[in-house]
Every structure is written in structure tokens, then in C-alpha cells.
Design a protein around this ligand. Structure first.
Ligand SMILES: [Zn+2]
Ligand SMILES: [Zn+2]
Length: 296
């Protein structure tokens, strides 16, 4: 732990400034990795200023993973859920699963997005052709349900953009390219499609020079932060299980890159999140407007 991290950790146990307000826009806290200490994980997040968490339900669709994600979002205030068939599991998607997703979304007000959906050509767990079809089908489902989407794209930049242009271009609800790892061109294309771009702990990794270049380029109004926990633990905590409190490290990195304060990154991304997903801004007026003048 370096001295900076230490002071944040210390702060989080006492009184944080009101201006500390963060959202983890992509976390998998419904998994068994957190069964033993989920209460503490969420409490630690709050103590670090991370007041809102979007819990993504992904995994084998018939295994109850969607229901579990919604259940966590129902039990904790300011935890929301997104459900959808991950590209890894695309071959398990069928009409029945589509109806199940639709039913769960209509039934619960805690589900604020469809995802994560997309293409993963790194692992190729499902045939690429199936991934493309299922991505397109779920984009159409999101349109029917008027929900924003959370997009996962790995080593599939061009085809992800191609499908989005065909199926999502004139959608009014927007979406986010989560855990961004693509090129500057990919970022430009996504921004042009009015998507937000979310950065995770990998933007802090030592060799992530290109990714930091992209992060510098993304305008503040289209920026989100996430942990993608339990994966991608940021520096200086690499090697351990990740958790939502660590999204502050992503904010710290982006603040450095953009010459802004960590509070400004937190507030801007929290505002973007509320705008995209239609959730209340817990920081309310105090954090969004008056805090600006109080700080200056
Ligand atoms: Zn993902
Ligand atoms: Zn994820």
C-alpha cells in the first residue's frame, strides 16, 4: 500500500468530504466470490464514497444467474442490476432465454440495462457467427424494452461497431462500451454512436500506455468508471480479489490523465451514470452543483 492509498483508506473510515461520490458502473457482486462477505464489501464501498453499484448478472443463463443478480439489487439500496447473455455463453441463447430475460426485466424495477452483451474473439467460447447473431438479437430486445445496453467487446472492434451501426444507431437509449480495451479508432466510433466509454482497473496497469492515451481522449461527458470485479484489480492491489471500493483507483488514474481532481472524475461519471441508466443521483444537488463552488 503506498502512502496515497493509505490516506484514502484512512479517510474512508472517518468523514469523507461530501464531494467524494463514485459509481461502480460494472461489478459482478452476485457471484459466489462474495457470498461470505457481501455485506462488508458493499459497506467498504460506501465507506470509500462508492454509493452506487451496477451489478451485472452474467454466466450460464439457466443457472439462476439473472435472478441472483436481481436479488442482490433488491436487497441493497443503490445497487442496480443488468442482465443479458455474455458473448461467452452466446451458444446457450435461444428464444426461451430471450423470453426469460424479458420477463425478469418487466417484473423488476431494479434492472436498468441489458448486458453484458457483445463479442469476445479472445476466448472464442462460442462460435463467432453465433456471437454476432446473439449480440444483434439482444440489441433488438433492448430496443423493444427501451433499455440501454452494456457492451463487452474483446478483440472484435470492427465487427462490434458494424453490428452497433446496423442495430443500434438510431436507438434513443444509449449504452456503454464497458472495460474498454480497444483502439483509439474504436473509441472514436463508439463516441460517434453516442455510447459512453467505461474504464476499469486495467487502465492503471504499467504497460497500458495505449489505453491511457484513449482515456485522455474520451470527453468527460461520455466517461464512466468500473471495477469489473472480481476481475482486473487495479494497481496497487493487483493479485487480490477486486471489489467496488477499488473503483476509486480508476478515478485516481483518470484524474491524473485529465488533469482534474479525483472528486471531479467521481462527480462527472456519477452524473453520466444517472443520465444513462435513469437512476437517481444520490449525491443530489449538494454534490453536483454547490460542491463545485464550495470547493473552489
Ligand atoms: Zn465484460
Ligand atoms: Zn463484466
Amino acid at each position: 500500500m503506498n502512502s496515497r492509498t493509505e490516506s484514502v483508506a484512512k479517510n474512508s473510515l472517518t468523514n469523507l468530504p461530501d464531494s467524494f461520490y463514485f459509481v461502480d458502473s460494472h461489478a459482478h457482486i452476485g457471484g459466489e466470490e462474495y457470498d461470505a462477505d457481501r455485506d462488508e464489501v458493499i459497506e467498504r464501498a460506501r465507506a470509500a464514497g462508492v454509493h452506487t453499484i451496477l451489478n451485472i448478472g452474467s454466466g450460464e443463463p439457466a443457472s439462476g444467474v439473472f435472478e441472483r443478480a436481481i436479488d442482490v439489487a433488491t436487497r441493497y439500496e443503490n445497487v442496480y442490476a443488468a442482465i443479458g447473455v455474455h458473448p461467452h455463453d452466446a451458444q446457450l441463447f435461444d428464444e426461451k432465454i430471450a423470453r426469460q430475460i424479458e420477463h425478469l426485466i418487466r417484473q423488476s424495477s431494479r434492472v436498468v440495462a441489458l448486458g453484458e452483451i457483445g463479442l469476445d474473439y479472445h476466448y472464442d467460447h462460442s462460435p463467432r457467427e453465433v456471437q454476432r447473431e446473439v449480440f444483434a438479437a439482444q440489441l433488438r430486445l433492448a430496443r423493444d424494452l427501451a433499455l440501454p445496453v452494456i457492451i463487452h467487446s474483446r478483440e472484435a472492434d470492427a465487427e462490434t461497431i458494424e453490428i452497433l451501426r446496423a442495430e443500434w444507431k438510431d436507438s434513443m437509449r444509449g449504452g456503454v462500451m464497458h472495460c474498454f480495451g480497444g483502439s483509439l479508432q474504436m473509441a472514436a466510433d463508439a463516441l460517434e454512436l453516442n455510447l459512453m466509454i467505461s474504464f476499469a482497473g486495467n487502465v492503471t496497469f504499467k504497460n497500458a500506455l495505449n489505453l491511457r492515451e484513449v482515456a485522455r481522449y474520451v470527453p468527460l461527458e461520455q466517461l464512466l468508471i468500473e471495477t469489473d470485479c472480481p476481475y482486473l484489480t487495479p494497481v496497487p492491489f493487483r493479485g487480490r480479489r477486486n471489489e467496488p471500493a477499488r473503483v476509486v483507483e480508476v478515478a485516481r488514474q483518470l484524474a491524473e490523465l485529465k488533469n482534474l481532481s479525483i472528486e471531479e472524475i467521481g462527480r462527472a461519471t456519477a452524473n453520466n451514470f444517472a443520465r444513462l441508466f435513469g437512476t437517481p443521483l444520490m449525491g443530489n444537488e449538494k454534490n453536483s452543483k454547490t460542491a463545485n463552488s464550495a470547493l473552489s
